[in-house]
Ligand binder design. Structure first.
Ligand SMILES: O=P(O)(O)OC[C@H]1O[C@H](O[C@H]2O[C@H](CO)[C@@H](O)[C@H](O)[C@H]2O)[C@H](O)[C@@H](O)[C@@H]1O
Length: 262
């Protein structure tokens, strides 16, 4: 998860030791925004399906993409189909399932081949969910998620099961917010951000990753490595982000006021 660049490592270590993060600036030179979805653009809900479109979110995304000449992407753990459902297809550039799906600025889509182990994981997760009320399985084709928000007592058993399956299948374990995922190896939110930054309109801009979850730390580090920064949403914790915002409303306020400087 880190970078081998010594200067960036030192900077990341410094911010990780600082739990109180200042708010991000409102005026930035040539910003490129990489926005997480759940917990950042949408408040967390009891189930993935309970998150629905909201006119303020959709309008803010369309406006900021217009203002910054398309340099805005959602970078989510959800599938692209789910990103589009919740954001009402406000953005062309988007990455789903931790970088395993990516829609480029020209609208073309790249999807990783699902690892064989994902089917094994989905079956094992479904067998677990059948025994534990409140546990939900999310099949994302290239990744399998086991949600325990409504069954918090199942967290340890769910994580232990995922750990065994990761060893057996070679899938990568990705812990999240009341969820444990097993994903096809090869990408994370950092690789997604870095790949977007290789081509127009993102190339040469200042990358800003806004996220709340452990998966977003990859994006924070990638943004730092490319001369930008991370913004952690929610309670303070150890993080590679330089700035912080308390919640979804404040993220939308910031997006609505953010300006590009010359
Ligand atoms: O990277 P994100 O856009 O933040 O997506 C992360 C995961 O989000 C969804 O699960 C989370 O949000 C649900 C709705 O608020 C919540 O019920 C669940 O407990 C959270 O883990 C989504 O279902 C996952 O696929 C994403 O990986």
């Amino acid at each position: 998860m880190g970078t081998s660049h010594p200067t960036v490592d030192a900077a990341a270590a410094a911010v990780e030791n600082s739990p109180h993060l200042p708010p991000p600036p409102f005026r930035i030179r040539r910003p490129a925004l990489f926005l997480d979805l759940d917990g950042v653009l949408a408040p967390l809900a009891e189930t993935p399906e309970a998150v629905v479109p909201h006119p303020r979110r959709t309008a803010a995304l369309k406006a900021v993409a217009d203002r910054f000449d398309g340099r805005v992407a959602i970078v989510s753990g959800r599938t692209l189909a789910e990103v589009d459902r919740i954001s009402e297809s406000a953005l062309t550039s988007a990455s789903g399932v931790h970088g395993l799906e990516r829609r480029r600025p020209d609208g073309s889509i790249h999807r990783a081949e699902p690892a064989e182990g994902v089917r094994v994981a989905v079956e094992a997760f479904e067998a677990f969910a059948a025994r534990v009320p409140g546990v939900i399985v999310e099949d994302k084709a290239v990744s399998a998620g086991l949600h325990f928000r409504q069954a918090p007592h199942a967290a340890a058993a769910a994580t232990a099961l995922a750990r065994c399956l990761a060893t057996d299948t070679g899938l990568v374990m990705q812990p999240g917010n009341a969820v444990i995922e097993l994903k096809t190896p090869g990408t994370d939110k950092g690789t997604a951000l870095t790949t977007f930054m290789e081509e127009p309109p993102f190339a040469g801009a200042c990358p800003i990753m806004v996220g709340d979850d452990l998966t977003d730390e990859y994006g924070f580090r990638a943004a730092e490595a490319l001369g930008g920064f991370g913004v952690l949403v929610g309670p303070a914790r150890q993080t590679a982000a330089r700035f912080g915002l308390p919640g979804v409303d404040e993220v939308l306020d910031w997006l609505e006021r953010l300006e590009e400087t010359a």
